[in-house]
Design a protein around this ligand. Structure first.
Ligand SMILES: NC(=O)c1ccc[n+]([C@@H]2O[C@H](COP(=O)([O-])OP(=O)(O)OC[C@H]3O[C@@H](n4cnc5c(N)ncnc54)[C@H](OP(=O)(O)O)[C@@H]3O)[C@@H](O)[C@H]2O)c1
Length: 265
């Protein structure tokens, strides 16, 4: 596979690799980071969509390159990162955003569902760490960004596997931060609530428009803050839920949570 050069390389700061940049939040983060001057490398499986994102970034005066890659395939990830660094210089930051999940009624939950959600959300992120971290450690600087979710803070009805995968991503990021911060590597865990990435018939609880969510996450990323949890209303509700008696909390989740798991989040 080729690296598609869509802009001249004036890269001073090192590039930001964003996985899952073909649609949704990853696309939004790529556009916003490029608008603020970052040189972005866009990864996902659908090359045609990545090229549309890169073209719109370049048309607006930003810098972007495209590299198709399936993050669940370790060899593909290692090859993509190696090629990007060889051709375009050091990777300063990786945003392991590729991911998602789906609703599974608990009585039908299978190992295959859990494996599929862990493969893209957790193992895919670890492949990116494996590929980028040696260079970052050698340079004594770098930034790893993980895409968790507020869904990882509580076991959501019919989304137990997705909640488990996102809880694992958050713990992964925390553990790496403790180890790596003294060695010059910053780690950020993004924990959004529902973000409106496409038109849906029904709004999900406290859903945030994509542009607002990506601006918020971009601020956190560029400031290299350790964590970003939003919207505050949902964060506050989760804090209250955490101190409720478990049976009461479960009953509330059962009643109100059903709407919340009609799709990813
Ligand atoms: N939207 C929300 O409400 C919300 C809330 C909290 C957290 N999140 C998290 O935010 C991230 C982005 O979600 P989104 O809502 O923007 O969903 P989305 O629009 O479906 O985007 C998912 C992205 O991941 C890519 N992807 C999926 N599997 C991949 C694989 N095996 N290898 C490489 N790329 C892969 C997809 O591209 P290709 O199909 O082209 O590969 C796509 O670019 C996910 O981790 C999600 O769990 C979303």
């Amino acid at each position: 596979m080729q690296v598609h050069e869509l802009a001249p390389d004036q890269n001073q700061r090192g590039m930001t690799v964003i996985t899952g940049a073909s649609t949704g939040i990853g696309r939004g983060l790529a556009i916003e980071l490029a608008r603020r001057g970052e040189f972005v490398a866009l990864l996902a499986r659908r090359q045609n969509l990545l090229e549309e994102v890169a073209a719109s970034i370049c048309a607006a005066g930003g810098r972007a390159i495209v590299r198709p890659c399936d993050v669940t395939d370790r060899a593909q990830v290692l090859a993509a990162f190696e090629e990007l660094e060889r051709k375009r210089g050091p990777i300063e930051r990786v945003i392991a955003n590729a991911g998602g999940g789906y609703k599974v009624p608990s009585e039908r939950l299978s190992g295959a569902d859990v494996e599929a959600m862990l493969a893209v959300n957790l193992v895919g992120a670890v492949h990116c760490v494996e590929a980028a971290l040696p260079g970052m450690l050698a340079r004594g600087r770098g930034h790893l960004v993980f895409m968790g979710s507020l869904a990882g803070e509580v076991g959501l009805p019919q989304a137990a596997a997705y909640s488990a995968a996102k809880a694992a991503v958050a713990r992964l990021g925390e553990g790496l931060r403790v180890d790596l911060q003294p060695r010059g590597i910053d780690v950020t865990v993004l924990m959004p609530g529902f973000v409106r990435t496409r038109d849906r018939r029904k709004r999900r609880p406290f859903e945030m428009p994509l542009a607002r969510a990506t601006a918020r996450m971009t601020d956190t990323i560029l400031d290299r803050r350790p964590i970003c949890r939003f919207p505050w209303t949902l964060v506050a509700l989760l804090a209250v839920a955490a101190i409720l008696p478990t049976r009461l909390r479960d009953a509330l989740l059962r009643r109100t949570g059903k709407r919340a798991v009609r799709s990813r989040g």
